[in-house]
Ligand binder design. Structure first.
Ligand code: NDP
Ligand code: GDR
Length: 316
């Protein structure tokens, strides 16, 4: 039985990945940090089938211990402070968790999991405003502390691959969303608002930049890329994206259309303003299609439909 260790297993991607691997017959362990209020709700479908190991990306000894207990064949490092906006409020913490945390995972793998394959969760945020479409050869120009931390993690991963001959693959994934997205991200925020409007409420949706463009895909399809990257014949770096880009304004319009109603929207809210933003992300995932046979199926309208309908049927 193949053994996998997932960091960030309680998050959006970690929970979908756990479902994918359990479905493939893996023995799955998940790293979970101690919180005063436990947060395992995303693991509902596979909760009893994932071995929960205590640990934190800030604490090397807990990672060493988790790797020694899990004895993984595959390690997926998905844990991060993943909200770009917060990375300006907590730049040092973000760098510690999202950047150095990845290094700690690599060190634990190097010392205690001989031969294990490692996936590092890189991000399109590493490209910053490099012109679209972005692929594996596009220059990295990060514009947020989060993007810088992810880029450090990306280079640590490559360095461990080249220095120690470890099988370390980097994903460079563009935005991917689902009903399990954190509530502060723009897609979930808009979908939740559209559902309230559909119920007859009149909440005001306060957003930032309407013109920011993102390449939004559907998260369960993106965890498939992670798995395929570790089944490949060599460790490499892969962009994961739909190849389509849409603005935040378009997302709001489509959400209202799915909900069948309109509501009040205010743009330029100072509450969500960022000191710098990334304006136009559109990925070219040709390499993943060619080498991994990976291709996302869900497009923009399908994704907005999934998210708004999930919010409408969510108990409140
Ligand atoms: P989430 O924010 O949903 O999940 C992040 C996970 O990291 C949670 O399980 C969280 O645990 C865990 N975590 C945070 N801090 C620590 C810590 N100090 N020690 C251990 N675990 C910690 O992110 P996603 O699932 O959306 O993303 C998965 C990964 O992919 C992240 O690294 C993200 O940066 C990256 N990424 C995501 C993209 C996307 O569009 N979703 C695109 C590109 C990259 P807890 O539940 O306790 O908070
Ligand atoms: P992003 O996602 O920063 O791309 O990072 P987010 O949904 O937070 O922002 C997308 C774009 O929408 C603009 N925006 C708003 N964003 C939020 N959150 N709230 C608002 O009210 C709002 N109004 C406009 C933002 O300025 C931005 O341009 C996500 C995360 O999952 C990262 O971890 C991941 O690496 C990248 O995607 C790829």
């Amino acid at each position: 039985m193949t053994r996998a260790l997932i960091t960030g297993v309680t998050g959006q991607d970690g929970s979908y990945l756990a479902e994918l691997l359990v479905g493939k017959g893996y023995d799955v362990s998940g790293l979970v940090r101690r919180l005063s209020t436990p947060n395992l709700s995303n693991l509902g479908a596979v909760r009893g089938r994932v071995a929960v190991l205590d640990g934190d990306l800030l604490d090397q000894s807990s990672l060493d211990h988790a790797v020694r207990v899990a004895q993984p064949d595959e390690i997926y490092n998905l844990a991060a402070q993943s909200f770009v906006g917060t990375s300006w409020q907590q730049p040092v913490l973000t760098s510690e968790v999202t950047g150095l945390g990845a290094l700690r995972v690599l060190e634990a793998a190097r010392r205690f999991a001989d031969g294990a394959r490692v996936y590092q969760a890189g991000s399109s945020e590493m490209f910053g405003n490099s012109p679209a479409p972005q692929d594996e050869s596009t220059p990295f120009l990060p514009r947020s502390p989060y993007g810088v931390a992810k880029l450090a993690a990306f280079h640590f991963a490559r360095t461990y691959r080249e220095s120690y001959g470890m099988f370390v693959a980097n994903g460079i994934l563009f935005n991917h969303e689902s009903p399990r997205r954190g509530e502060e991200f723009v897609t979930r925020k808009v979908a939740a608002w559209a559902a309230r409007v559909a119920r007859g409420e009149r909440p005001v949706l306060r957003l930032g930049n309407p013109d920011a463009r993102r390449d939004w895909g559907y998260a369960p399809e993106y965890v498939e890329l992670m798995w395929r990257a570790l089944q490949h014949d060599r460790p490499d770096d892969f962009v994961g994206a739909t190849g389509e880009t849409h603005s935040v304004l378009e997302f709001v319009s489509e959400a209202m259309s799915v909900a069948g109603c309109t509501g009040p929207v205010e743009w330029g809210s100072p509450e969500v303003a960022r000191p710098a933003d990334v304006f136009d992300l559109r990925g070219d995932a040709s390499k993943a299609r060619r080498e991994l046979g990976w291709e996302p199926q869900t497009r923009f309208r399908g994704l907005v439909g999934i998210m708004v309908r999930a919010e409408i049927s969510r108990p409140y």
